[in-house]
Design a protein around this ligand. Structure first.
Ligand code: ADP
Length: 555
């Protein structure tokens, strides 16, 4: 057997720290602007950020933190949180970002499961820390992201971030780490059962950042001013804290005030060109901009994902404000970016309606990720835009298994034939565009056929009187399940069941029409802003559909 001919190139490990090193050299004076929880605006540069990240690394090592140990964060988007990203992973510790919007019991579970050594927290979360501390005995100390004067009074082992960092000189070289080492730990929100940990490697984070930075993905440039609304405690703010330094983009970190007015003012003041967040955030931003009759003077494009972006929102951004919306899909288990909707050269020549039809979908994969849909028997389904199936993915930034709580990684593999089953149900069309129709547990099964709740919700929210809508399965004696639409009216609006149902005429097949509409004051959301359909299904379990009598209307 002849020896295989290996390539003869350097094997330089992909390390997270090199992203910041690059920015600190080539975008040294580019600003990182943060709205602090203290209320003021803080400004410094990538050069300053790298120095302070090194000081933090020195401080943590002096506290005895070893490589592989987890450091938790409970923090908003801000410069200290960014320092925590790099000051932990840079020397081989693991940055465990914690979502403070979860229930305290869930957070305590996560902290103990991750076995966090120290937890850095914004002082707005002091009451939460007070609740958590007694049930997290392995946390050696809680580090307040504040100077000495800002440290809250708490009955827990406490340290002050500024004092720790200020005591170090920053004279430190980042070590070259094995790229397979763990870098970040992010937990899924766990709507059913315990949250599960996705443990990223240096390599996966680096490759994800390069994929995210591609021109047709998030497309970061050194000319951009980037404002992640998506929190740094949620799947690494979709990779922006890595993609922005990679490109040398200016970063604008909005802190805790994520209402329309605060975001708009920051966007205008800092000449933001790119932003990213979930649909609910953009809903309040659009409402604010409309109410004051303003426009966006610098915003060029925004990535919307996490939940399905209603087509009406996409088109309002484009038609009324000239802002390009890029609809994206992903999940914690995918670091999180999977697909983004953007047109190739040929698709861009098609008529407007056809282009819009594509851009409303969740899009095509970033090179590196592979996807397919499979039927009940596990066989791959056609990419015809019609067949629905379970969505499976694979790629270098997709998890191989969940974090088991120790280093053994001994939990059963979630993979099926080397693919990760996402739990989403989708179609893939001949252009390769993914369209998520549901979470598999939310699909409405009517007489053995599947109805997409997502499509029915999109139609409802296109009605001018509807603020938000959820479509859930409701028991039906003949068809097993039929769609029930749960709607929140816009303030002052008077839309009725009949007018809303009439709005569906001609937009969907007759058998997809919701059987009933109920109006509520608000809809329940998860800690990451998704509709809590499980809760809604429980609430409307006993609901009697007007079609229950004979079933004929649903045929
Ligand atoms: P994230 O919210 O950052 O995407 P999560 O892991 O919290 O990550 O949630 C992932 C799930 O959110 C996906 O499996 C999918 O059900 C849903 N999701 C994400 N993006 C979209 C989207 N654009 N359209 C519909 N559902 C989405």
């Amino acid at each position: 057997m002849p020896m295989p001919l290996l390539g003869q190139m350097m094997d330089v490990p992909l390390n997270v720290s090199t992203l910041l090193v690059h920015a600190a050299r080539y975008a040294a004076d580019t600003e990182i602007v943060s709205r602090r929880i203290e209320g003021d605006i803080h400004r410094y540069t990538y050069r300053d950020c790298e120095r302070r990240a090194k000081q933090l690394a020195q401080a943590l090592m002096r506290l005895g933190v070893a490589q592989g140990e987890r450091i938790g964060t409970l923090a908003w988007n801000g410069y200290r949180h960014l320092e925590a990203y790099y000051g932990t992973t840079g020397f081989g510790a693991v940055c465990h970002t914690i979502n403070p919007r979860l229930f305290p019991e869930q957070i305590a579970y996560i902290v103990n499961h991750a076995d966090d050594r120290y937890i850095l927290f914004d002082t707005t979360f002091a009451p939460l820390v007070a609740k958590l501390a007694p049930s997290c005995p392995n946390v050696k100390a809680w580090i307040a992201l504040a100077d000495d004067a800002g440290i809250p009074a708490l009955d827990a082992p406490l340290l002050g971030y500024e004092a720790l960092v200020g005591a170090q000189d920053g004279d430190y070289e980042w070590p070259v780490l094995d790229e397979r080492l763990a870098s970040y730990l992010c937990y899924t929100s766990g709507t059913t059962g315990h949250p599960k940990g996705a443990l990223y490697s240096h390599r996966s984070v680096y490759l994800h950042a390069m994929g995210a930075a591609l021109p047709d993905a998030m497309g970061f440039s050194a000319h951009d001013s980037v404002l992640p609304v998506v929190p740094m405690f949620h799947v690494n703010a979709w990779g922006i804290p890595h993609g922005a330094p990679l490109a040398g983009s200016k970063l604008v970190l909005p802190g805790k005030d994520l209402d329309g007015k605060s975001l708009y003012e920051l966007m205008e003041a800092e000449r933001v060109t790119f932003s990213a967040g979930v649909p609910t955030v953009w809903m309040s931003l659009l409402a604010h901009v409309k109410s004051i009759g303003a426009t966006f003077s610098t915003l060029e494009r925004t990535v919307i994902g996490g939940s399905s972006c209603p087509p009406s929102m996409l088109e309002t951004f484009e038609d009324e404000y000239g802002v390009r919306v890029i609809h994206a899909w992903g999940m914690t288990e995918m670091s999180p970016l999977g697909t983004l909707a953007r047109l190739n050269w040929e698709q861009a020549q098609r008529p407007l309606e056809e282009r819009r039809r594509l851009l409303r979908k969740q899009g095509t994969v970033i090179c590196g990720v592979d996807m397919k849909i499979v039927g009940q028997d596990g066989r791959e389904l056609p990419r015809d835009g019609v067949a629905f199936g379970d969505l499976h993915v694979r790629g270098p930034w997709v998890i191989d298994r969940y974090f088991s709580g120790d280093e053994s990684g001994s939990d059963a593999s979630p993979l099926i034939d080397g693919w990760f089953p996402t739990g989403d149900v989708a179609t893939i069309d001949p252009d390769g565009f993914l369209q998520i129709t549901d979470r598999s547990k939310d699909v409405i099964k009517s007489g053995g056929e599947w109805i997409s709740s997502s499509e029915l919700e999109n139609i409802a929210v296109a009605h001018p009187d509807v603020a938000e809508a959820a479509c859930i399965a409701c028991r039906h004696p003949k068809w097993d399940e039929r769609p029930l639409l749960v709607v929140v009216r816009r303030p002052g609006a008077a839309v009725t069941r009949e007018t809303l149902l009439a709005f569906y005429e001609g937009k969907v097949a007759k058998w997809w029409m919701p059987d009933d509409v109920v109006f509520v004051d608000e809809l329940p959301h998860t800690a990451t802003g998704k509709l809590m359909k499980l809760k809604l299904r429980e609430r409307f379990r006993g609901h009697v559909l007007p079609t229950s009598g004979d079933g004929s209307e649903s045929a």
